[in-house]
Design a protein around this ligand. Structure first.
Ligand code: UDP
Length: 328
């Protein structure tokens, strides 16, 4: 069985990967500063190191304490809107620290690296669904920071032989179907948890950001992928690294509009969601849908929770059970 280091493993997607690694019998060390992550999101079976990836000395000590079969790198700032206001925060924290981590991995003989990347690499896609041949034009400093890390991995591969997987997530959603983990951001900005809160009466309404997009109902279309399916894709990508480095776009391949998501929440919860039409949010492209054919073909990945109703059902169950998130 393997031994893995997961930066940001106390965060939303990272914690679901940690569960998948533990379920597969691996040993897991989580490295997280708990600024956005939660202590309660780290299972007892994993070791938590509470530290920042900017803490070079600590990171060196941890990496030196190998061997590591791979490093999974999730630790990052991840809000597109915030990055449009504070570009250097994102470029420095995400890109520079990500590169330092890669350099330290190379130095300590870590041979495999899996990067949590983003669909925000495609700020203005020319073709939907978006496959891996789509030219990269980041939509924000957040997307740019991930692209810089992807490029650093490219050179670490060329020069030092590091094997890497760049996994470009579309819209991660849902919660562990067994209820062991879920989505808990502060502040919460993502559509599905906010719509669920509106259905549960925890907020007055949901604001729909723009009803005048060139889509059938005028609202933005996104590719919502279940976080457990995302975690599974990481394990498959890791396995695939035996044959060489990979880059995958990761989505279900089906788009849902904001209004469709609201209808799905109403159906699954049996409650009405108060809706208010609002203006567009800066930086939102009309449609983002992934073509994940390469991942399916090369790794045999298939989403187990592909239906938007199933995704919403797991998110609703977790949110109902954890009104205050992990603090409960
Ligand atoms: N959205 C919305 N109201 C909200 C939050 C999000 O209409 O309160 C829309 C947003 O404009 C986007 C979609 O829902 O089109 C998904 O947004 P989210 O922030 O969940 O993910 P993103 O696509 O930005 O990664």
């Amino acid at each position: 069985m393997g031994r893995f280091l997961v930066t940001g493993g106390a965060g939303y997607v990272g914690s679901h990967l940690v569960l998948a690694l533990l379920d597969a019998g691996h040993e897991v060390v989580v490295y997280d500063n708990l600024r956005q992550g939660h202590r309660g999101a780290v299972p007892q079976a994993a070791t938590l190191i509470e530290a920042d990836i900017g803490n070079e000395r600590r990171l060196e000590l941890v990496l030196a304490d190998g061997p590591w079969d791979a490093v999974f790198h999730f630790a990052a700032l991840s809000l597109v809107g915030e990055s449009m206001e504070k570009p250097f925060l994102y470029l420095l924290e995400n890109a520079a620290l990500g590169m330092r981590l890669i350099e330290a991995c190379v130095h300590h003989g870590v041979g495999k690296f899996v990067l949590s990347s983003t669909a925000n690499l495609f700020g203005n896609p020319r073709k939907i669904p978006i496959d891996e041949t789509e030219p990269v034009e980041p939509g924000s400093p957040y997307g740019e920071s991930k692209w810089m890390i992807e490029r650093a991995l490219h050179w670490a591969g060329q020069i030092h032989g590091l094997r890497f997987a760049c996994l470009r997530y579309f819209n991660a959603a849902g919660a562990d179907p067994a209820g062991r983990a879920g989505e808990d951001h502060d502040p919460e900005t993502h559509l599905i948890p906010l719509v669920i809160d509106a259905a549960l009466g925890r907020r007055a309404e949901i604001s729909v950001f723009g009803g005048d997009y060139p889509t059938p109902d005028g609202t933005c279309i996104r590719d919502y992928i279940h976080v457990t399916d995302l975690a599974d894709a990481h394990l498959r990508a890791l396995h695939r690294l035996e044959q060489g480095s990979v880059t995958y776009n990761l989505g279900n391949g089906a788009g849902h509009s904001v209004l469709e998501v609201i209808r799905a929440v109403e159906q699954v919860s049996g409650r009405r969601v108060p809706v208010r039409m609002a203006g567009r949010r800066a930086g939102d492209p009309a449609v983002l849908v992934a073509a994940s054919d390469r991942l399916r073909r090369e790794t045999g990945w298939e989403p187990r929770y592909a239906e938007i109703g199933e995704i919403v059902r797991t998110a609703l169950a977790w949110r109902e059970g954890h009104p205050g998130g992990y603090e409960d």
